[in-house]
Design a binder for this molecule. Structure first.
Ligand code: NAD
Length: 239
């Protein structure tokens, strides 16, 4: 059995998620080795804490890696997907707000490489999506509304997680409405409200620290490495 650390490329490394990924990966050197950190602009320092840094324009020249973990923005998504496909390497992406065309490219790439794209890497949300689908199918005709709150820097709305929860309810036939709040430093809160005549159910998930997503993504990267090509779900890999 190969016990060498998994070689990671962190894409979006200067961002809030990227910084959490770099820190948490460095805490487990026997498991993870970050061989490249990629940011949009040219980095001020080429090597930080032993990790080589690259600009997005230098992506083609990064050293070999086992798994790319991408938490960037939709405009950064295509190049990292192309890199993983060209090199036959796994991709874990949490970038939200990607287009339908990008979703299709992801599906096409899954024939060649193992990959996970998820709007939320917490186990709690994976389970919540399951519960939402069951409640929606048990209560046809009820109004379903999703209210999500995030920090003021978040660009996309509704959040990718809200859309994932909405799809879960939608697959049971519900028409879902969304409301988005952007305030302060909220890491991520989602409430799915089911309203009938004279009664209501509210299901809420609160992420209190973004490390939960980074830990989930690192775990998924470890499990995904060495798997056959395919599009995997967080839930299947966190079990
Ligand atoms: P951020 O704005 O703090 O960081 C974005 C990072 O992407 C930066 O490092 C930036 O340099 C990089 N970037 C931007 N454009 C790029 C490009 N063209 N090429 C390469 N890199 C580029 O954002 P954040 O809060 O760290 O979130 C990043 C992404 O992750 C967002 O899409 C966010 O919605 C998503 N997110 C997902 C989850 C999840 O669990 N799936 C959790 C939190 C955030």
């Amino acid at each position: 059995m190969d016990t060498s650390p998994i070689r990671l490329l962190i894409h979006g490394a200067s961002g809030r998620m990227g910084q959490a990924l770099l820190r948490l990966a460095a805490e487990q050197p026997a498991v993870y080795q970050t061989v490249a950190a990629v940011t949009r602009r040219a980095p001020a320092q080429r090597v930080v804490d032993g990790v080589p840094h690259f600009a997005a324009s230098e992506l083609a020249g990064v050293p070999d890696f086992d798994v790319a973990i991408d938490f960037s923005l939709p405009e950064g998504f295509d190049p990292v997907l192309a890199l993983c496909t060209d090199r036959g390497r796994a991709l874990v992406s949490g970038t939200t707000g990607i287009s339908t065309v990008q979703q299709e490219a992801l599906a096409a790439a899954s024939v060649r490489i193992p990959l996970v794209w998820a709007t939320n890497f917490s186990l709690g949300v994976a389970v919540l999506a399951d519960v939402v689908e069951r409640v929606a199918s048990a209560l046809p005709g009820w109004d379903v509304d999703i209210v999500e709150s995030h920090h003021v820097h978040k660009k996309d709305a509704p959040s990718g997680t809200a859309l994932t929860l909405g799809q879960a309810a939608g697959s049971a036939g519900a028409q879902v409405h969304y409301a988005s709040l952007r305030a302060g430093d909220i890491v991520g809160e989602h409430t799915v409200q089911f309203a009938g005549l004279g009664e209501r159910i509210e299901l809420t998930h609160r992420a209190t620290h973004r490390d939960v997503f980074a830990r989930g993504a690192l775990h998924v990267a470890r499990v995904l490495s060495g798997r056959p090509p395919g599009a995997y779900h967080v839930r299947d890999l966190l079990d």
